[in-house]
Design a protein around this ligand. Sequence first.
Ligand code: GTP
Ligand code: MG
Length: 410
Amino acid sequence: MDELTSLAESAGYVVVASIEQMRRADARFQIGRGKAEELAKLVKDLDAAKIIFDNDLKSIQSYNLATVTGIETIDRFQLILEIFAKRASTQEAKLQIKLANLQYQLPRVKASVKLAKMGERPGFLGLGMYEVDIHFNAIKKQIATIRKELKRISKQRDLHRLRRIESSFLHVSLAGYTNSGKTTLFNALTREAKSVNPGLFTTLSTTTRSVFFQDKKALITDTVGFIDRLPIIMVNAFHSTLEETTLSDAIILIIDFHESLEEIKRKLLVCLNTLKEIGTGGIPIITALNKIDLLKKDEIQEKLHSISNDVSNPILISALKEINLDELKKSVATHLGNYLKIAFLLPLNDSTLSFISRLYTQVGSLETYYTGKEIKVVVTASPLFMDKINGQIKKLEGKLLLFNETEKDN
Ligand SMILES: Nc1nc2c(ncn2[C@@H]2O[C@H](COP(=O)(O)OP(=O)(O)OP(=O)(O)O)[C@@H](O)[C@H]2O)c(=O)[nH]1
Ligand SMILES: [Mg+2]
């Protein structure tokens, strides 16, 4: 219920009351008939404008609840959709949300068609049976169009990604529950000023910048946060965004360590499961326990002890106060593959010069020494990229130098 409150506030609502009931779901109202009437009275007394259910509502249930209480009733999924719709800034995110929304509507329209056919509920949104069919087909058509458009955008992204894989850099992704501090850490590491907010789902699209993890320059990506019980439609809609994470060399998993132990464990599990679901097996995960500036020393130790079975070698940090970030960088660096350093001689000509100027933009470090007819190049890059450089050296009729040789010469 606390999380539902946070979600509601992130969507811009002011929560005036909250009620709970333990029982088997009622087919008509989700809650019991008596509770529904109690709810109606509460709505009237408090002059509330909307009811938000934590449980999923069937369309007939929200319809019945609206009839009894006189105001609109939505469920957690619709609430998350509202937040996403509000925050979406890129065209892709907007389309992803539209798709999730339409997919949510589709089976509900079907139910309404069924109701209309049984004559229980004439029409849907004031539509007749025939119009409901038209409505249903229109939604299906829209879904197909959006899918196509998203595919086109994702193809562009693939190209982008391919270029990134082809570049010599290592990649680090930030992952974690929504509001854990991913963007704050991203900003601290990159000296960026991306929007940070106490609300949930501030970040919906991905941003990539370069950062040094000790001597290893890597690209770091900030992206959308995870949440418990995110419906599969939503996960699918954001698939391509989350996919970025599956292509990284290391993942920094950020946990809000200021929360209760119960919440820490719950969210940790959600994150690890989500990571598994999107297919990050084999990628090293470095766990950063964030917001330690809000905790006392003995509190930290106590909590650390309680989760020692759940995470190995966590790093305690404060992204906001920039505490222990060097320690975190060190840990990431040890998990990242090693860059290699090679040196080679190339004949000085136009092809060589254009190769070198391209190389400048692709590698972490590049030094050149001119020696009359030849040019000596010393490069640091990922092992995969070295193979490609080797190919080019052969093509340009250059010569690979043993590394010791270059050091002596220098
Ligand atoms: N005290 C404290 N607050 C922090 C720290 N790191 C982040 N915060 C706060 O936590 C809130 C969420 O931070 P964000 O960086 O937006 O979190 P996020 O994980 O990117 O969240 P979403 O993009 O919404 O999923 C903000 O109010 C931050 O100021 C920290 O180390 N200490
Ligand atoms: Mg963020």
